[in-house]
Design a protein around this ligand. Sequence first.
Ligand code: IFM
Length: 459
Amino acid sequence: MPSAQPRTSNPGPGDFPQGFLWGAATSSFQIEGAWQADGKGESNWDRFCHTPGNVFEGHTGDVACDHYNRWKEDLDLMASLGLKAYRFSVSWPRIQPTGRGKALEKGLDFYDRLVDGCLERGIEPCLTIFHWDLPQALEDHDGWLNRDTAKAMGDLAEILAQRIGKRVRKWMPINEGPCIVDNGYQRGVFAPGRKESDKLVRQGKHTVLLAHAHASRALRDILGRDAIEVGFVHNPWPTLPATTDPEDIELARATFVRDAAWWLDPLWKGAYPAEEWARHGADVPEVLPGEMELIGDKPDFLGLNLYFAQRISASQNDRQPWRREEALKTDFGWHVEPDILYWVPKFCQDEWNPGSQYVTENGCAWEIGGLDDRHRLAYYREHLRSLARACEDGVPVKGYFAWSLMDNFEWASGYSKRFGMVHVDFQTQVRTPKASAKWYADAIRENRVVDAAMEIQFP
Ligand code: IFM
């Protein structure tokens, strides 16, 4: 294990290292709206929403949180909470309407202003290049099943690097490969709604890794390796030990690593995991010469998006993971297991040693309590407690981004699931901080997990 990081003067349980980055995250399609403003092209998610039957009650991202017009107010809100960092994504078709060719100045202007707006308020802008809204013109050419999409994303990264420059230090080319490919091209529940074979889906995963690689290369070449950090943001399938028995821990670690290796081995070890590769027989991707070298140019940090977990025990005969009945469940039915933020960063550190880690998303969809969202507050509090423990153990987790800053468009569930620490009235667009936002502001100010009346228990 790496040695512990510098700490505050009198560290105690729940304290975070000095300089810990407290943030919140959103994504372009989920909040911006303005789907046709200033020459923006159609995205695959515009098309998916406008096709009946895909999204809950026909909801769309046409207006969403109207952040495209209300970005100043939203930045003021972030500043009032004391956020140190804001993770947002750019809408590719706002910058290149067809995903290729000359950039639209007005689209770039928007992100230019957003970045300056963050900096003026003392908030570090952290930029995700692709959070799922692909130009429909690229989707028409097979989207992530087509290698050319990866190259095109490299071009987009180049445009962004040239325009945004070193004002942004943390760049994340891709958000959640599994959701892009498994949900979009295999299960068909996300845009573009396709149900393809294992072989094609694996090719799609490879294309996403390649896109990350092309974008990283462009960013590093233009901005300089030492001037920026490029991260890979992943949502691994989390398996945690049922108890702290060393055998349970080892089984959980091995299960977790086996599941996550397909995505993380190529980046940090330069190759797909051999056993898994063999297990997939003919359903493996075509890999062209030079691609693994490009992909294996290690990211500077690992971003983890973590929400729920399953457990495993070596003493169970079948040694199969399960979801605990007694765990509290969110409105999505996701099992709340706060020690996910202890075990997953630890397992990742042991296996891939990514140097730095950030929790790039963590949060919950809960309507209960409305503005008095004690469940969400307790969720953040207990998860952050676990994360503080990981830091105490020397795992180099450098920051945390709550998902999400505000209620927004939750993909196939439309506006029916609320993840925000700030409530959004979608009729009036009025934003109101919930109790969890106020608690989070206190935690940021004190750089620790502050106490709060704890009525909610996570068994
Ligand atoms: O809203 C999503 C986000 O876009 C990606 N990660 C999971 C969140 C909750 O489902």
